[in-house]
Structure formats: structure tokens, C-alpha cells
Write a protein that binds this ligand. Structure first.
Ligand SMILES: Cc1cc2nc3c(=O)[nH]c(=O)nc-3n(C[C@H](O)[C@H](O)[C@H](O)COP(=O)(O)OP(=O)(O)OC[C@H]3O[C@@H](n4cnc5c(N)ncnc54)[C@H](O)[C@@H]3O)c2cc1C
Ligand SMILES: *[C@@H]1O[C@H](CO)[C@@H](O)[C@H](O)[C@H]1NC(C)=O
Ligand SMILES: *[C@@H]1O[C@H](CO)[C@@H](O)[C@H](O)[C@H]1NC(C)=O
Ligand SMILES: *[C@@H]1O[C@H](CO)[C@@H](O)[C@H](O)[C@H]1NC(C)=O
Ligand SMILES: *[C@@H]1O[C@H](CO)[C@@H](O)[C@H](O)[C@H]1NC(C)=O
Length: 633
């Protein structure tokens, strides 16, 4: 990137941070009579689509309706926070607490989503990885014969070009690359879209300790993990601008940085209530009914072309259900007239989850600086804030939560992976797996058939020694040392349903974590694997002492299950899959063109459409889904 590019982006950042963009609409009187396209939700995928359509079709008008506002959203890790501070339930972030999970000791999932122009990309942890090629191939697998005929293919070959297009990667300077050992392969990149990624010029002093320990348990460093092959130790770039060190997100790269465009309208502080088909779902495109969050004014927007729902995995099902599109059983109980019976709407909720392994050190931990220095040393913190506002930005804040992780396949986690895989295939084939589905849809033959196909695809993923099923991202720390285990390919399925007491309020999330008992088998295997970290020469030399789960607990299946049920995070903020791309006869909601089955002029484009959660944090995939083949759609 040249200095001019950096300058333009700096200007855009400044304008987005201080004053609402002049093109932003705030009330219905500022809108046109009709729009060719209406996009519901100005988030990661939605703004990607809006940008591409407005650029390619200058004669077509596009309206994005967004719940939040143009708001500078400090990163979870930006000053003045102490490196990591959970955001409250207020703009720019929604916070949800799920129903208790009976199979997980009644733990609840705490999950967040962005309510701001830019959506979750404007508030997330900036960890910018992509899934493994096998994850996307599994989407094609569950699409089956029916989707194999489509001219739009969602396997790795089909989606990889859009990952490349979606981001501008800037390599670190040779000095920084050498200091930390950063590696990359430019063949995974090559785009020029103003969504940026790069590697920080900072690491905590003890980062090499864990890197060495992971190598000692047998994990090989991968050169580049964004090119589809990510089993190993990975460096993961952050979604940030290489010069400013500030967050790069969809509200900048797909809105503020690209304006003005005469055909691109953005209405903020409005909630889409529902889409309305006046004469049934084949009479589309539907009207879009929206309400002002300022004065409650309710109105319809007329659409000539199509409506694209991009409200995110937790809200897209609410818009559909309020529109009478969803499981008929649920809609009937809610008193909502059924427009289209699609039992899969909000019925295939997945997320990453898992417990940590924790330890302390008996030898003095004499590294400086470590993350806790931000809290304990005011001088260091003041220097960190000053470094972050320099150009180029530097220091700990540019690192966000960390930029490395291990990704390990089940065959490398446990030698008894075949037992687990066989168990999954058996429960898929004999139909017993159906009993683990959400009660209000498990009697539906299409949902049961789709779950069977998902489980068979998951068994293949879990049996593949090159397909990661465990992630442990790491930032270092001493008190206590923590290695989280992410269950990357969960088998349990949850639901997102309207709150019948107030359908316009936040939905009710029932994660149903652990409802398929095989998830516990995998959690246990992962914890046992991660404990081996403490047995490495590097960790022994530091006097690493396991705190959780502890040797006695880990030795016993029941005790270890109890530990998992006490200590797990049930959401690593990756909710997805609530309007899955699968055939209608398999409980799917959208086809490969992302059109809603049985509805005219209506698509879903966001993290809801994934049938299976991939082995990655989701934002890069959200951009790629927004980019992919929309001209052919
Ligand atoms: C706290 C947090 C940390 C995360 N950390 C990471 C990370 O480090 N790395 C990573 O890759 N991923 C991370 N993720 C996940 C990732 O950011 C999201 O999965 C992804 O951005 C979702 O994209 P989306 O387009 O599906 O939805 P979003 O980007 O969430 O967009 C949905 C938009 O729709 C709007 N909306 C909702 N309902 C309505 C309505 N009725 N009317 C109008 N507008 C509506 C919302 O306000 C929002 O702007 C994190 C997420 C969160 C919340
Ligand atoms: C979970 O909550 C239910 C309902 O309150 C209760 O019956 C059950 O005993 C609880 N389980 C645990 C493990 O606490
Ligand atoms: C939107 O249009 C539908 C169908 O004509 C109608 O039932 C509904 O009341 C309208 N909403 C508003 C706010 O006018
Ligand atoms: C606190 O941070 C400053 C600035 O980096 C450093 O010079 C100082 O030695 C630190 N103090 C302690 C007690 O570590
Ligand atoms: C480390 O943890 C163990 C186990 O909980 C405890 O016995 C020990 O006192 C701790 N040591 C330090 C240095 O904190």
C-alpha cells in the first residue's frame, strides 16, 4: 500500500469517528419512494453486499436499514480499556444470556453482537482467520446432489477467490517479521478491498515460551493458515489498518471509505420488523416494514428487486419469524400467521464452546512486559496509550487479544478418535441422533434428514487428520496460565426463537450445549490433550503446576465431565447457522444462491447461512459470504 492509500483511509477513519456521515438517513422522509434492493442490517456481510451492488449497478438504488448508528466503536482491546474488558449491553454491542443448558450443568451462554454500522466486525476481537478447506468442502457435502448442480459452489475452491478478494493484507516489515518469526504466503491474499489486515509490531515478552511448548507437544508451525491448510501453529493477522493500527471494519471499508455513491442510502436507528408478502411468498419481492427507534414511527418500504436479510445469526431468524417464515409449530403457538413453513429457521444454532486448562508457575515469572503489566504498571499503560496514537501505531494495543493459535485435528488430539467417529456414524444411521434435536422440530422428517447428513459430514471432518477440530488461541499470562479449548465442530443444535412476551425485543437463545453427548467425549479428549502442555520440558522448567482440571479429575471420566460442565464458556461469540444453506427437503432455509426456499425476492446473506460452523472465528467468512458470486445469484 502506498502512502496515499494510507492517507485516504486515515481521513475516512477520522470522519467516521467524529461526525455521522452526511449521507446517513435518519427518518423515512429522507428516503426514496422505492428501492431496487433493501438490505436488512448494515453489518459485516450486509455492507459487503451493499458496496458491491451499488458499485456494479449504478442505476439500481440500494437502501441499508441498520438498527445501530454510525458510531466509533473502540476495539475490545483499545484504550482506555485494560486490554480486555467485556462490553456492556448497550450500543455498539448487544449482550445476550441464553437459557440454562441442562446438559452443561445449567451454565448459560454469554454472547454478544454488534448493533452499529459495521455490525460485529466493528466490535469483535479482530482475530482474522479463515476456516480449513475441509470446512467449506463439508458445506458442499451437506448440500448433496441437489446443490451439486448449481452454478454456485460453496466448497473451498468456490469460496477461496472471495476470501482473497475481500481483504488487503499488508506484510510486516522485515525487521518485525524476523523479530517475532511471523510467516505468511502472499498467494493466500491479493485483494485490494479497503478491509485491511496485518501483523502487529508488538508481542508480549513470554510469547515464545508457549510457542516452544506447543512445538514440544508435537504441533508443527504452519507457514500460512489462510490458504486452506491450517493444521498446526498459526500466526493470525488482525483486522486492522497497517499504518494507523486501528480496527478495520465493514462500516469503514464497505461504507465510509467508498462514499459518495448516489444510489447508496443507509438508514440508521431503525429496526426492521418484518417483510410483508401481500399475496403469498411467491408474490415477491416483499415490502419491508420498519420502525424508528427514536419515535416508534412504523412504515413500509416498497422494493422493486429484492430484500436481502443480513441481520446476523441471532437476528435474521427474528425478522423471518416475525414475517411468518419459520417452523409452523412455533409460529402457530406464537399466533403469527404462517406465510412459509420453514422449520429450519432458527433451529440449527451452533457456536464454539469449551473449558480451559489452567496452571501457575512455581518459579518466578520474570518476563516484562506481560498482559497484567497493563493493570499493574501505570507508566507502562500510559506509554501503551501514547504508542497507540502514534502514526504508525505501535505497542500492546495493536496486538488486540493476540495473534496466534493452535489448530489440531481429532486424530492428533486422541488415538481413540475412531471410537468417537464410529459413534457419530452409528447414531446418524440408526436414527437415534434425532432424539438430540430441539424438541419443537425433532419430529420433522426434513430436519431429521438434514441432521443425519450434517453428522455424516462432521464424522468425515473429525476423522480427517488434516482438518482441525480443536483451537486454542493464545495470549500469554502468568496468573493463571490459560489454554482454552474450542470445540470447533459441535454436534449439538440450539434454537433462536422470538420472545413471545415482546417479539420486537431480543430473541430467546437456547444453546442446548451438550445435548448430543458426543460433544462431551470430544471436550474430554481436548482437555486431556491440552494438559500435555504442562509436561513439556519448557513448561516443567518454569515449574508449571496444573490448577484445572488437575490430575485426579482428568483421570476420571465422570469427574472430568463435571469439570467441563463447570468451567466451559458456551459461546466464543461465533453464533451461526440459523438459516442454513441446505436443500429444503433437508430442513434448509436457503439454496446456494442464498434465496429463501419457496420465497420470491428474498435472500439471506450473513453468518446464518452456514450449515456447519467452520474451524475459525467468523468475520473473514462473513466478508467472503457477502462477496461471493452475487452477480450469479
Ligand atoms: C464480541 C465479539 C467478538 C468477536 N471476535 C471475533 C474475532 O476476534 N474474530 C472474528 O473473526 N470474529 C469474531 N467475532 C464474530 C464475527 O465478528 C461475527 O460472526 C461476524 O462479524 C458476523 O457478521 P454478520 O454479517 O453475520 O452479522 P453482523 O456483522 O453482526 O451484522 C448484523 C447487523 O444487523 C443489524 N440488525 C440486527 N437486527 C436488525 C433489524 N431487525 N433491523 C435492522 N438492523 C438489524 C445489527 O445491528 C448489525 O449491524 C466476534 C463477535 C463478537 C460479537
Ligand atoms: C438445572 O436446573 C434444573 C431446573 O431448575 C434443575 O432441575 C436441575 O437439577 C439443575 N441441574 C444442575 C446440574 O444444577
Ligand atoms: C405494510 O403493508 C402491509 C400490507 O399491505 C400492511 O398490512 C401493513 O399494515 C403495512 N404497515 C404499515 C406500517 O403501514
Ligand atoms: C513499569 O513500566 C515502565 C515503562 O515501561 C518501566 O520502565 C518500569 O520498569 C516498569 N516498572 C516495573 C516495576 O516493572
Ligand atoms: C499454584 O497452584 C497450586 C494448585 O492450585 C497451589 O497449590 C499453589 O500454591 C499455586 N502456586 C502459586 C505460586 O501460586
Amino acid at each position: 500500500m502506498g502512502p496515499l492509500g494510507a492517507f485516504i483511509s486515515l481521513a475516512a477513519l477520522a470522519s467516521a469517528a467524529s461526525v455521522p456521515h452526511s449521507n446517513v438517513k435518519r427518518q423515512v422522509s429522507q428516503l426514496r419512494d422505492k428501492y431496487d434492493f433493501v438490505i436488512v442490517g448494515g453489518g459485516t456481510s450486509g455492507l459487503t453486499v451493499a458496496d458491491r451492488i451499488t458499485a456494479a449497478l449504478p442505476s439500481k438504488s440500494v437502501l441499508v436499514i441498520e438498527y445501530g448508528d454510525v458510531q466509533f466503536a473502540p476495539g475490545v482491546f483499545d484504550p482506555p480499556t485494560n486490554w480486555i474488558t467485556p462490553a456492556e449491553n448497550s450500543p455498539p454491542t448487544w449482550s445476550f444470556v441464553s437459557l440454562p443448558n441442562p446438559d452443561m450443568g445449567n451454565l448459560t451462554a454469554f454472547v454478544q453482537a454488534g448493533q452499529v454500522v459495521g455490525g460485529s466486525s466493528a466490535v469483535n476481537g479482530m482475530f482474522f482467520d479463515r476456516g480449513s478447506r475441509f470446512d467449506y468442502d463439508s458445506w458442499a457435502e451437506v448440500g448433496g446432489k441437489e446443490f451439486a448442480k448449481s452454478k454456485i459452489q460453496w466448497d473451498w475452491r468456490g469460496i477461496f477467490p472471495y476470501f482473497k478478494k475481500s481483504v488487503t493484507f499488508t506484510k510486516p516489515s522485515p525487521a518485525i517479521a524476523q523479530r517475532y518469526g511471523y510467516t505468511w504466503d502472499l498467494s493466500a491474499y491479493g485483494g485490494s478491498t479497503p478491509i485491511y489486515s496485518t501483523f502487529a509490531s508488538f508481542q508480549w515478552a513470554d510469547h515464545p515460551v508457549l510457542w516452544q511448548a506447543w512445538k514440544e507437544i508435537g504441533i508443527s508451525p504452519a507457514k500460512e493458515c489462510a490458504g486452506g491448510d491450517k493444521e498446526g501453529i498459526c500466526w493470525v493477522p488482525a483486522s486492522q489498518h497497517p499504518i494507523t493500527g486501528k480496527r478495520s471494519h465493514a462500516g469503514l471499508g464497505h461504507y465510509a471509505d467508498v462514499l459518495p455513491r448516489a444510489n447508496y442510502d443507509l438508514l440508521v436507528k431503525h429496526q426492521v420488523v418484518r417483510v410483508v408478502y401481500r399475496k403469498g411468498p411467491k408474490s415477491g419481492p416483499p415490502l419491508v416494514e420498519a420502525r424508528s427507534l427514536v419515535d416508534g414511527h412504523l412504515f413500509n418500504v416498497t422494493v422493486k428487486g429484492e430484500v436481502i436479510i443480513s441481520a446476523g445469526a441471532l437476528h435474521t431468524p427474528t425478522v423471518l419469524q416475525r414475517s411468518g417464515i419459520g417452523p409452523a409449530s412455533f409460529l402457530n403457538s406464537a399466533g403469527i400467521p404462517v406465510v412459509l413453513d420453514l422449520p429450519g429457521v432458527g433451529s440449527n444454532l451452533q457456536d464454539h464452546s469449551g473449558p480451559p486448562v489452567t496452571w501457575n508457575y512455581s518459579k518466578p515469572y520474570d518476563f516484562f512486559p506481560v498482559p497484567s503489566t497493563m493493570v499493574s504498571n501505570a507508566t507502562f499503560k500510559a506509554e501503551a496509550i501514547a504508542a497507540f496514537s502514534q502514526t504508525p501505531a505501535a505497542g500492546p494495543y495493536t496486538l488486540a487479544g493476540g495473534n496466534s493459535a493452535i489448530y489440531v485435528s481429532l486424530p492428533h488430539v486422541t488415538s481413540s478418535y475412531r471410537t468417537i467417529v464410529d459413534k457419530i456414524r452409528r447414531m446418524a444411521h440408526d436414527g437415534s441422533a434425532t432424539s438430540y434435536l430441539p424438541p419443537d422440530v425433532r419430529a420433522n422428517p426434513a430436519i431429521a434428514a438434514g441432521y443425519k447428513d450434517q453428522l455424516l459430514a462432521l464424522a468425515n471432518l473429525l476423522a480427517n487428520p488434516s482438518s482441525p477440530s480443536l483451537e486454542t488461541p493464545w495470549a500469554t499470562s502468568e496468573a493463571p496460565g490459560t489454554a482454552w479449548s474450542f470445540l470447533l465442530h459441535p454436534l449439538s443444535r440450539g434454537t433462536v426463537r422470538l420472545d413471545l412476551a415482546d417479539p420486537l425485543a431480543q430473541p430467546i437463545l437456547d444453546y442446548r450445549a451438550g445435548s448430543n453427548p458426543v460433544d462431551m467425549d470430544i471436550h474430554r479428549a481436548q482437555v486431556r490433550y491440552l494438559r500435555r502442555l504442562l509436561d513439556t520440558p519448557t513448561m516443567r522448567q518454569r515449574g508449571a503446576t496444573e490448577i484445572g482440571p488437575g490430575a485426579a479429575v482428568a483421570a476420571d471420566d465422570a469427574a472430568l465431565a463435571a469439570y467441563v460442565k463447570q468451567q466451559s464458556f458456551l459461546s466464543f461469540m461465533h453464533p451461526c447457522c440459523t438459516a442454513a444453506m441446505m436443500p429444503r427437503a433437508k430442513g434448509g432455509v436457503v439454496g446456494p444462491d442464498l434465496r429463501v426456499h419457496g420465497a420470491e425476492g428474498l435472500r439471506v446473506v450473513d453468518m446464518s447461512v452456514m450449515p456447519l460452523v467452520p474451524a475459525t472465528h467468523l468475520s473473514a467468512t462473513a466478508y467472503a459470504v457477502g462477496e461471493k458470486d452475487w452477480k450469479k445469484r
